[in-house]
Each structure stands twice: as structure tokens, then as C-alpha cells.
Design a protein around this ligand. Structure first.
Ligand SMILES: [Zn+2]
Length: 427
């Protein structure tokens, strides 16, 4: 079952994928049309094979905190939970111990591509990249940049900017494009409150010069927005802070983007800036509800993010469920009418649209000939209405159950470029 890049969904009740020696899909279709020259066949029935999920927003070191901190407001949540956890990665041994299991947890949730923040420490990022390299997941990571209110008490404030830029550039040199593009780098200023205008500007120009991604947070929480207004009195609004830094564009992924003005929305659309929609995080922390239908109708490029541990689960299936409920609540409370995304629309957002947001829409995100073989196998028995109930042969009904009855163990296996990942099916 897969969305198609050109639109629509393909569902083969008795389907076959063929992966070539380079890890690309060379056949996708009914098993009856099986090519003659298959070297080795694996029977995955009764599992359902789907494209791997593309998580556009997560924080690696925060995974151990997932599920705690409900309803702490954003700034309190950072101070009390998040910063102490991230500071513990100043000891590279902590990063080396935790990172492998974190990538396994993403794979177990069905995620085969993750765009994630690390911490402010360069050595911890090297350890994270090494873990991703060994695990096999597709990962775009970045060292967090902060020159205001940083949680590292050791770094001399006057040297933070130069040091952070130099360390980011070093990491780019070592990791961006590694393993034929499976690993990538995103220059990662945390958000406007943590960064001077100069850091935002210099980080954006580093990303442009190096051909890497640029990621940060925008317009998540009303208190945060008020603080940004106080810190950047010359900017027209929150989006303008990043616009002035040269940070908007097609290689930029902004997390949240909930409380945008019409002007901000139009500017993000005009510049082709990508947005990571993180509804589970937004309701867990209490930041707000994105008017998704309106953002999509305006032409904004939107994919999904778990935002662990702002979000309590790495699973994008769970994120879809919360997002779907949030849209219904928004419609009934605000009275705003708009197209409610159907289950196959959510699948597209979590796969093909996420890939497109990264500029990888021709490489991953769907199961189509010529794309790299990033896919998962899900056991529909975990979401059946009752033991022995008939399996769904309608893809919309099947996807509906995978979203609304998502089970933490339902993803049984995951592959990137046809190579199986550790994590799924372990329990
Ligand atoms: Zn975040």
C-alpha cells in the first residue's frame, strides 16, 4: 500500500516488491506479474508493506524523556526537563550509549527517515552520526546552536558564535552526504529565543554555502511568540526574524508554525519554506492547534514530526491519530470549515510529503520503481477489530485502522535501501 508521487494510492492485495543490488525498487506490482530473474524471495504475508515514515522533527537526546512533562508550558518544559537531559550528552559516553537504541526506537515505530536535532556538543553529534551510520536509518542531524541562554555553562559566551559555526562546519565536512546521501546535515539554530540575530544570519549562510538543510522552530506557543517580539523589536513578526536572517527557502524546515498571521503564512508559501506539523507535541505541551486545512489550502509544504519528547511517541501513526482528532476538534470549536484529511491523506503527509519537504520526493516517500527501497512491514492483526476478523481489503479502511488503532508493536520490520534495520519486532 503506497501513495504515488503523482497522486492517488496503489494497493496490491497480493503484491510484490523487487529490490535491486543497489537498493532500489525495480518492480512494484501484483505478484502475478513477477519478473523471472528474482534471486531470493521473502514471503511477508500477512503483513502489509508500506513506505517508511519520514519524521521531519525530533530531538534525539530527548527520547528518554518521552511521555513525561504533560501540560508544562514550553519555556518551563525546556528548563525543567529538556535542558538537563541535553546537558548530560556533554559526556560523549552518554551519547554513545544511548544513540544506537534511539535509532532502533525510531525504526520500531516505522520511521526510516528522521530529521533531528542533537545537542550543543560536537562530540555527541559525531557519536550520533556514527550510530546512524551503523544502524542503517536515513538520518539528517544537526548540532544545536544557541548563543543566548545556552545550557552549557562551560562555553565562554563571547566565543560561542565562532565556535558553534566552526563545529557545525566540521560536522558538515565529516557527515553531510555520507553513505551516498543516506546521512545528511541540517544547520540547527534552536529557535529565535536561543539565538542572536547574528547567529541566525551566520547559520543560514553556512547552510546555503554548504548545500545543507537549515532547521529551527517557529510560532509554537503564545508565550514564546511574545518573547520573540520583545527580543526582536524591529522584526514585523516571528517569521520575519528568520526572513531577515536569510533563513527561509526550500531547504528550510520549520517545526510547528501554529499561530501564523496571514502575512507569515503567505511569506512561507512564497519562499517555499517547509513546515513540520507536530500535533501530538502541540497538544501534549498545550501549545495550540494548527489550522492544517487552511495551511494546506494556502499551498504550504507540510510534513509530519513526532517532536519527541515534546511529543510523547516516536510513531507517526500516533501523530496522525492525534492530528486527525485535533482537526475535528478545531472544526467543531472554531467553526472553521475546511477539508478534513482522510486516512490516506495522512499516510501521504507522513511519507511522500515528508520526503518532498526534504527535496527527496523523487528518492523516497513511496514505493515506485526507481526509488530507493525504504519500506516497512506492518502486521494488520494488531489493529483488527476482533481476533479472527477479516482483514481490510480497502486501503482507506486499512489505513484508518492503522491510525486510529495504532499499536506500538504493529511495525514488524523496516528496511532502508533494502537493508533491514534493527529495532522492529524486538519485543
Ligand atoms: Zn522541537
Amino acid at each position: 500500500m503506497t501513495p504515488l508521487a503523482a497522486g492517488g494510492t496503489q494497493h496490491e492485495p497480493d503484491g510484490l516488491l523487487v529490490v535491486d543490488a543497489a537498493g532500489r525498487l525495480s518492480y512494484v506490482g501484483p505478484a502475478a506479474g513477477r519478473p523471472a530473474d528474482i534471486e531470493k524471495a521473502i514471503d511477508l504475508q500477512p503483513w502489509v508493506v508500506m513506505p517508511g515514515m519520514v519524521d521531519l522533527h525530533a530531538h534525539l537526546p530527548q527520547l528518554p524523556n518521552a511521555g513525561v512533562g504533560f501540560a508544562l508550558d514550553l519555556l518551563a518544559w525546556l528548563e525543567r526537563l529538556t535542558f538537563p537531559t541535553e546537558r548530560s550528552w556533554s559526556d560523549v559516553a552518554v551519547a554513545e550509549r544511548l544513540a544506537p537504541g534511539i535509532f532502533e526506537a525510531f525504526a520500531a515505530a516505522g520511521t526510516t527517515t528522521v530529521l533531528a536535532y542533537g545537542v550543543v556538543y560536537e562530540a555527541a553529534l559525531d557519536a550520533s552520526f556514527r550510530a546512524a551510520e551503523a544502524h542503517g536509518i536515513r538520518a539528517i542531524l544537526g548540532k544545536v546552536m544557541m548563543d543566548r541562554g545556552t545550557y552549557d555553562p562551560i562555553i565562554e559566551p563571547s566565543t560561542i558564535l565562532d565556535r558553534s559555526l566552526r563545529e557545525s562546519a566540521d560536522l558538515i565536512g565529516r557527515w553531510h552526504g555520507a553513505d551516498a546521501g543516506r546521512l545528511g546535515y541540517a544547520v540547527t539554530p534552536r529557535f529565535a529565543i536561543s539565538c542572536s540575530a547574528e547567529m541566525l544570519r551566520e547559520s543560514a549562510s553556512l547552510a546555503r554555502a554548504s548545500g545543507t538543510w537549515w532547521q529551527t522552530h517557529v510560532s509554537e506557543d503564545p508565550f514564546e511568540i511574545a518573547e520573540v517580539r520583545r527580543l526582536f523589536p524591529d522584526a514585523r513578526d516571528y517569521v520575519d526574524v528568520y526572513d531577515r536572517a536569510g533563513g527561509l527557502g526550500e531547504r528550510t524546515v520549520l517545526a510547528h508554525a501554529i499561530h501564523l498571521s496571514d502575512r507569515e503564512l503567505a511569506r512561507l508559501v512564497e519562499t517555499g519554506t517547509r513546515v513540520a506539523h507536530c500535533p501530538a507535541s502541540n497538544l501534549f505541551i498545550g501549545a495550540g492547534v494548527m489550522p492544517l486545512a487552511r495551511w494546506l489550502a494556502a499551498g504550504l509544504s507540510v510534513g509530519l514530526g513526532s517532536d519527541v519528547s515534546g511529543g510523547p511517541e516516536a510513531s507517526l501513526f500516533s501523530v496522525m491519530r492525534v492530528g486527525a482528532y485535533a482537526q475535528m476538534a478545531h472544526r467543531s470549536l472554531v467553526g472553521e470549515m475546511g477539508a478534513i484529511l482522510d486516512p490516506l491523506g495522512w499516510l501521504r503527509l507522513g511519507t511522500q510529503e515528508g520526503a518532498r519537504a526534504l527535496g527527496l520526493g523523487d528518492v523516497i516517500g513511496s514505493l515506485e520503481v526507481g526509488k530507493e527501497a525504504d519500506f516497512i512491514a506492518v502486521d494488520p492483526g494488531f489493529v483488527a477489530a476482533a481476533p479472527g476478523a477479516l482483514p481490510d481489503d480497502d486501503p482507506a479502511d486499512l489505513m484508518s485502522r492503522l491510525i486510529f488503532r495504532a499499536h506500538p508493536d504493529m511495525v514488524r520490520a523496516a528496511w532502508v535501501r533494502g537493508r533491514r534495520l534493527a529495532g522492529p519486532g524486538r519485543r
